[in-house]
Ligand binder design. Structure first.
Ligand code: SF4
Length: 403
């Protein structure tokens, strides 16, 4: 038995929800380490219940593990009770699949979904026994990577990361790991590896740029200090969302999590331009999956996980150009299997009788609308472009249909 496992067994009954910390859930991927060439610790800097609900993690976990000789494992921030015990007993931060310390991995990757998680990133590095400052991590591994929406403004946390991935991760993560797999046998220095990595579109290596600031703290200039790196790093965008990788299975937790169901992404980007909305801007352009793909992915996930609820994920599901056909196609399956369908992210102004009929036809849970502001003036200011009449009409239709 591994040392970490022995120590955990002695203390897990003293903490809340120990099932968060043991791994072994159905759908989790365990590999033979002797056949693994690249190890990636995928860290969500929040507790298990929150991180396990994140669709991006499920996509990249499945995608990386599809390579036989790569192993991507999950790591979450322990709650305060276990965190204290780990410190007291010298238990380093470990990955759930192997229970191995993440400091021994090739990559430690954080998804940065909200700024309030930044302190957890530092705490997780510290619990792992990895220096938090990139400048103090001189050996090749672990390479500390950041991705996710917060990386559109990486400077506040640039000192802690070896590199950032800008934009959507499906292709660039693979290119980065392939590069590492090619270079690893040559035993490069970290700088040599990072110089090659910086040539991949979408990769920003902060140590290769000099940043100057204005008096008010805003950035005045960003200049490369190293030959061969791009002057401007362009974010990556997946052009063919319909053909892009989507997992056929999820890890199904032993304990309750925030969103415990199958989730199918139906579109990326948003056709609107609400002024306050970061996601509406950074996930441009608008791309969508076909109804057949959405149904196939929902069927596959429900069959493999046993979930009886499927949620359609997007910024604005009602803006799918073929929403009625999509719901009809899905209903053929969900009706037959008695699966509950939930539709978050509907716009109030395009909620039609036809859409309502389709929704009412399937076994339904809730509807979510987001009017964002309580007065017409404020909705106009933020460019929400919905009127009071539209809000009242859509709510009346939903209540009349008892949804
Ligand atoms: S409709 Fe929603 S996702 Fe789209 S820009 Fe507005 S707030 Fe953002």
């Amino acid at each position: 038995m591994k040392e970490i496992q022995q120590k955990l067994e002695r203390c897990l009954l003293k903490v809340q929800k120990p099932a968060r910390y043991i791994g072994g859930e159905p759908g989790s991927v365990v590999k033979d380490l002797s056949k693994v060439d690249v190890r990636f610790a995928f860290c969500f800097p929040d507790v298990y219940d929150v991180g396990m609900s994140h669709l991006g993690m499920k996509i990249l976990y499945g995608l990386k593990n599809a390579r036989e000789n790569w192993w991507c494992e999950r790591v979450f921030m322990p709650e305060k009770d276990l965190e204290a015990i780990m410190k007291e007993n010298g238990i380093p931060l470990y990955a759930l699949e192997s229970l191995d310390p993440i400091k021994d991995f090739d990559f430690i990757g954080f998804t940065l979904q909200y700024e309030l998680s930044y302190t957890n990133v530092l705490e997780m590095l510290s619990l792992a026994g990895v220096p938090v400052l990139a400048g103090e991590r001189t050996s090749l591994t672990p390479i500390v990577v950041g991705g996710g929406p917060c990386v559109c403004d990486p400077e506040p946390i640039a000192d802690f990361f070896d590199l950032f991935i800008l934009g959507e991760g499906e292709e660039v993560n693979i290119e980065l790991m392939e590069l590492y797999e090619r270079m690893k046998p040559l035993s490069p220095t970290k700088r040599e590896f990072l110089r090659e990595a910086a040539k991949i579109e979408g990769i920003y290596v902060p140590s290769f740029y000099d940043i100057e600031y204005n008096e008010d703290g805003t950035v005045s200039s960003i200049k490369p200090n190293c030959e061969g790196v791009p002057e401007k790093v362009k974010k990556r965008v997946i052009t063919d969302i319909d053909g892009a990788y989507f997992p056929e299975n999820f890890v199904v937790p032993f304990t309750s999590i925030v969103h415990d169901r199958a989730v199918v992404e139906v579109l990326r980007g948003c056709i609107r331009g609400c002024r306050f909305c970061q996601a509406g801007f950074i996930y441009r352009p608008f791309r969508e999956k076909t109804s057949d793909t959405i149904r196939r992915q929902a069927e596959c996930l429900c069959a493999n996980t046993g979930y009886e609820q499927v949620s359609l994920s997007s910024l604005s599901t009602g803006d799918h150009t073929d929403i009625v056909k999509m719901l009809t196609t899905l209903a053929e399956y969900t009706d037959k299997e008695n699966i509950n369908l939930s539709l978050p992210s509907l716009r109030i102004d395009n909620f039609s009788e036809e859409m309502l009929e389709r929704i009412a036809a399937v076994r339904k849970s809730g509807l979510t609308f987001a009017p964002e502001a309580g007065t017409q003036r404020l909705r106009d200011v933020i460019n929400k472009n919905i009127t009071e009449e539209e809000i009242l009409r859509s709510c009346a239709m939903a209540f009349a249909a008892a949804l």
